[in-house]
Design a protein around this ligand. Structure first.
Ligand code: ADP
Ligand code: MG
Length: 218
């Protein structure tokens, strides 16, 4: 599903990722851990093509990432950030629907998917609200729905619980785990929380010295 071989990426004169290899299989639920500044966000941004320019190979479904137009890539892959990144002047429903509009989908179809997913995560009553009228946990659920709107096969999450209290963070991860099973999506979740890592099953990758290796749970 995701295949990375010998990936090297730096900014100006500093190398962040060096000869990194990594695979995410279809249907996998995996965590990525590592010190601040170790390159986790850089890896996710390369996968999402938010940043470009690297050496080595990145393939999504056996297609080199550079050969995938962004709109196609973004139908295969959704992403969630720590800061939610919702638009303040748009309602919950509009924020979610925008993800479908930018890839050129039919409005009726987008709207019915948005209603279904918002109901699934318990936000049906909040569709007409604005982001500032929601709690942090609710805002993150909107961001999850937005990321899933186009039925991607892969979900990337960059410290999705970093701005949430522990209890809400655990609920959020539980929700992601359930959606992983219901929607059959592979997930790669960057997290620092030991509690999260211990409470959910899933492979743990650790980023260190520009590379990733698999860690055991204890
Ligand atoms: P992490 O997400 O693991 O905290 P990042 O991928 O954000 O790490 O950053 C890895 C390293 O790359 C850090 O040393 C950071 O300062 C540097 N870096 C990140 N983005 C940029 C950028 N746009 N320009 C220059 N250096 C950057
Ligand atoms: Mg980061």
């Amino acid at each position: 599903m995701i295949r990375i071989e010998k990936l090297t990426k730096g900014y100006r004169d500093c190398e962040v990722l060096g000869n990194l290899s990594f695979h995410l299989e279809p249907g996998e639920f995996a965590f990525l851990q590592g010190k601040s500044g170790s390159g986790k966000s850089t890896l996710l941004k390369l996968l999402y093509r938010e940043i470009e320019g690297f050496t080595g190979e990145i393939e999504i479904d056996s297609i080199p990432i550079g050969n995938l137009p962004k709109y196609k890539l973004r139908r295969k892959m959704g992403i969630i950030f720590q800061s939610f990144e919702l638009l303040d002047r748009k309602t919950v429903l509009e924020n979610v629907m925008l993800a479908g509009e930018v890839v050129g989908r039919d409005t009726k179809e987008i709207e019915s998917d948005a209603h279904r997913l918002l109901e699934r995560v318990g936000l049906k009553e909040k569709e007409r609200k604005y982001p500032h009228q929601l709690s942090g946990g609710e805002q993150q659920r909107v961001a999850i729905v937005r990321a899933l709107l186009n039925k991607p096969r892969i979900l990337l999450a960059d410290e999705p619980t970093g701005n949430l209290d522990t209890e809400t963070a655990l609920e959020m991860l539980q929700l992601l785990k359930e959606l992983h099973e219901e929607e059959e999506i592979s997930m790669l979740i960057v997290t620092h929380s030991e509690q999260v890592l211990k409470s959910l099953p899933g492979k743990i990758w650790v980023m260190e010295d520009g590379q990733v290796h698999e860690a055991s749970k204890d």
